[in-house]
Design a protein around this ligand. Structure first.
Ligand SMILES: [Zn+2]
Length: 382
């Protein structure tokens, strides 16, 4: 039986090497004549901001820049973005950068157009007034934020990560230019790439999956799986970067139409309590969560189907979970000091994560304790 669903549409996707040059036409298409560009200092150093500015100014589109996006943006970061924006006149917002720049731009859009603080938008659909047209240009292949209507912003007081979503906050257009990912450090490419792979694999089996999200999950997996090995080896080709960029965007669409699961639920407390980067934490937990999930026949069937999609002849005989495990092992992440003594508190935190309830096999705190013990027992030994 096919479950009923209502899809959440994708932004217009403009894909291709060098497609950054389409930005002025995209701005015009959404009715923009002056833009507020949100980025970060690393992207400025890489030269991408200057190129984008040149394309826009050559087309007669003035640019005001906010280049102070920070990793894991907070309510204060969102307010700072709004305050800079208030000093300028513009009618379109563009984010050029990783997930943090895109989250900061979306958050700034909420505050500029609807007022208040980010905590007022925690949840979905709480912006009552129209928002400015937004164009997203990712420079990493990871979060898929370019395809999502949520801004992830941490509360200033409790540090709780809030998902603040509204259909109006989603990008009208996402420009997917794989050349922009060439300047990211290898470590960032690995962290963001494994996160994207986790988005594909978690959304694929989430209890919220449906016909549309499953299409995106599988397409994301097919693109990511052919290229992630080369990313981890440090030698991605132009084609590999293109696959990663498309795969991350499709995985973002899969989440937009579905949900995540226990790998993200168990990763977040590792980030909050032990400062582990999101991609590292998710990658560490993912194969263990998959082993736990395969006891559910429907999840096992999906994993089996995905195994047959593995294109790399070297790994074609391995099961999907072993393949994921091997990828993570080859990523050579550092051990997480102190986490093994903290599993009870971590597990408590994991049960409170929003995404936990959508995992195909339910988990209690004891289940998370066991998952953390298994993941952290292997940690650092790879
Ligand atoms: Zn993630």
């Amino acid at each position: 039986m096919i479950e009923p669903f209502a899809s959440r549409p994708a932004p217009k996707l403009v894909f291709g090497p060098g497609s950054l040059k389409e930005l002025p036409a995209c701005v015009r298409e959404v009715g923009g004549s002056a833009i507020f560009l949100v980025s970060d200092t690393g992207i400025v150093r890489a030269g991408h901001v200057e190129r984008a500015r040149q394309f826009l100014e050559d087309a007669g589109i003035p640019v005001a820049l906010h280049d102070h996006s920070h990793e894991n943006p907070t309510e204060a970061d969102a307010a700072a973005c709004r305050d800079v924006a208030l000093r300028h006149t513009f009618d379109c917002i563009v984010a050029l950068g990783g997930g943090s720049s895109m989250d900061t731009a979306k958050a700034g859009n909420f505050l500029l157009t609807n007022g208040g603080a980010m905590r007022d938008y925690h949840g979905y659909g709480k912006a009552t007034k129209p928002m400015l047209p937004f164009i997203a240009i990712p420079t990493t292949s990871g979060t898929g934020s370019e395809c999502q209507s949520y801004a992830l912003v941490s509360r200033d007081d409790t540090h709780e990560k809030m998902a603040c979503g509204d259909p109006k906050a989603k990008a009208r257009i996402a420009i997917l230019d794989p050349e922009l990912t060439e300047t990211q450090p290898r470590s960032v490419a690995i962290l963001t790439g494994l996160d994207a792979l986790a988005h594909a694999l978690e959304s694929a089996v989430s209890t919220k999956r449906n016909t549309i999200s499953s299409l995106y999950s599988e397409a994301a997996f097919r693109h990511l799986s052919v290229a992630i090995g080369a990313v981890i080896a440090g030698s991605p080709s132009h084609d590999d970067r293109a696959h990663m960029q498309l795969g991350a965007a499709f995985a973002g669409l899969a989440i937009e139409n579905s949900m995540l699961g226990a790998a993200h639920a168990s990763a977040n407390p590792l980030t909050a309590r032990h400062n582990v980067t999101h991609g590292h934490a998710v990658a560490l937990m993912l194969p263990h969560v998959m082993r736990y999930n395969r006891e559910v026949p429907a999840a096992a069937a999906i994993y089996a189907r995905y195994s047959t999609a593995l294109a790399d002849a070297r790994v074609s005989t391995l099961r999907l979970i072993d393949w994921v495990h091997e990828l993570v092992a080859h990523s050579a992440f550092p051990a997480i000091a102190g986490a093994a003594d903290d599993v009870v508190v971590l597990a408590q935190g994991a049960t409170q994560q929003w995404t936990s309830q959508f995992n195909p096999r339910p988990l209690q705190a004891d289940d998370y304790v066991a998952l953390y013990r298994r993941a952290l027992a292997n940690d650092g030994s790879a």
